[in-house]
Design a protein around this ligand. Structure first.
Ligand code: CTP
Length: 401
């Protein structure tokens, strides 16, 4: 997709809340949207006000919440038009079965449905939430199909336990997932059709039943790369050491040791377009860890360590390797050491950073190294850096086609 046809980034979002028990999740959603720096204008239907109060939503969004078509303070009686024009996107979450039916038929009998009808070019996203039987009803399924035909983005629903005690499809997507979907829906799909394999987190090499050797790595950067790649349309698989992160919409494979990570990578690498090694892999392992807890005594303890395989170098040396990207965290001589690493491992692209701020932070500063030289990226969130890395990578993929 060319830059000219790229969707505009969302700054102002109109969040429509309709009647359903999942309305309580809209509170968390507003908090997450605001954390992303978005302005959120909340509009609630009368039914939504039975589930969560406008006061709560007003406190969270920092703006008066609008609920009534006939009682607008804006004076000219055109709130439905003005609100639709001011928004970069409209999200209905939760979207009840009734509200979805109204959208399909172009009904405009309250403020929110009128805004939706008057939205013009403004993108509309809906997050259905309802009982499983209501979701499966052919009328709802017809309506959902029609929404899609009308160019409306349908987010979810998910399956699981429902408020009514039943289990099945119809749960609203969790707010964090919705946020990711909203951002993803506006990202140019520059990696559509690409399969990307990512390693993340730290490996752990057992010494005995309870002790081991590991590296400092939160896994945040690897999961940020996975998220950014998924936003850009790639099919992502992430192989990760222990982390607290969830790879939403990606296939996640959990491993412990460097050997397990290598085996998982080698079993999946065929057919991948890109391999991005973000993991902090242990360089040494204990070949025969003690199955029991080693008891302490006064004597020195010597551990026999053997080197692990370099996963990235192994993949890059395959006869027909995917496009390989490395990461290098250096404590000194950043560019020289990182460039040496890139050349040793025969990588078309490597992201280098200086270890100075400790690990696990949300921000970082990266320099991309390729055959054309060094491309410094300004300090930014790991997700933003991941997006810039992948934009760079997609241009390289274009030229190496
Ligand atoms: N890497 C890997 N397998 C290993 C070691 C490293 O795939 N056994 C990958 C990392 O995921 C990273 C890159 O290689 O993308 C560089 O990792 P790093 O640990 O910085 O480099 P090393 O080659 O181990 O060099 P050193 O530890 O000496 O700095």
């Amino acid at each position: 997709m060319s830059a000219a046809s790229s969707p505009t980034p969302i700054k102002n979002i109109l969040l429509g809340i309709t009647g359903g028990i999942a309305a309580y999740k809209a509170a968390e959603l507003v908090r997450l949207l605001m954390k992303q720096g978005l302005q959120v204008q909340v509009v609630m239907t009368q039914a939504a006000c039975q589930f969560i109060t406008p006061t709560t939503m007003q406190a969270l969004s920092g703006k008066p919440v609008l609920t009534d078509l006939w009682n607008q303070d804006n004076g000219n009686g055109m709130a439905h038009i003005n609100l639709a024009r001011a928004a970069d996107a409209i999200l209905i979450a939760p979207a009840s079965a009734n509200f979805i039916a109204k959208l399909v038929h172009g009904a405009a009998d309250d403020l929110l449905s009128t805004i939706c009808l008057a939205r013009g070019e403004c993108p509309l996203l809906v997050a259905p939430a309802m009982n499983v039987e209501m979701w499966q009803n052919p009328a709802t399924q017809r309506n959902i199909a029609q929404l899609r035909l009308d160019g409306i983005t349908v987010l979810g629903p998910d399956s699981g336990d429902q408020a009514c005690g039943e289990t099945g499809m119809g749960r609203m997507l969790e707010p964090a997932m919705l946020l990711q979907d909203i951002i993803a829906s506006r990202q140019p799909k520059i990696l559509a059709g690409k399969k990307i394999l990512i390693t993340a987190g730290a490996t752990y090499e057992a010494i005995d039943a309870v002790r081991g050797i590991t590296n400092l790595s939160s896994g945040k950067m690897g999961f940020a790369v996975a998220q950014a790649a998924q936003e850009m349309g790639a099919e992502v698989t992430i192989i990760s050491g222990a982390t607290c992160f969830d790879a939403m919409h990606c296939t996640k494979i959990s491993v412990t040791s460097a050997r397990q990570m290598l085996d998982a990578v080698m079993s999946l690498v065929a057919g991948q377009d890109v391999f991005i090694a973000v993991a902090a892999v242990a360089d040494y392992t204990i070949p025969a860890p003690n199955p029991q807890k080693i008891k302490k005594n006064d004597a020195n303890l010597t551990l026999q360590l053997t080197p692990t395989f370099d996963i990235l170098a192994t993949v890059a040396a395959l006869p027909n390797p995917p496009f390989c990207v490395g990461f290098a965290a250096e404590s000194e001589n950043l560019l020289q050491n990182a460039e040496q690493k890139r050349r040793n491992k025969k990588l078309p692209l490597l992201a280098a950073n200086l270890i100075q701020d400790g690990f696990g932070g949300d921000d970082n500063e990266l320099t991309l190294l390729d055959d054309a030289g060094a491309h410094p990226l300004l300090r930014a969130s790991k997700l933003e850096l991941a997006r810039q890395l992948l934009q760079h990578l997609s241009k390289q993929l274009e030229t190496t086609k």
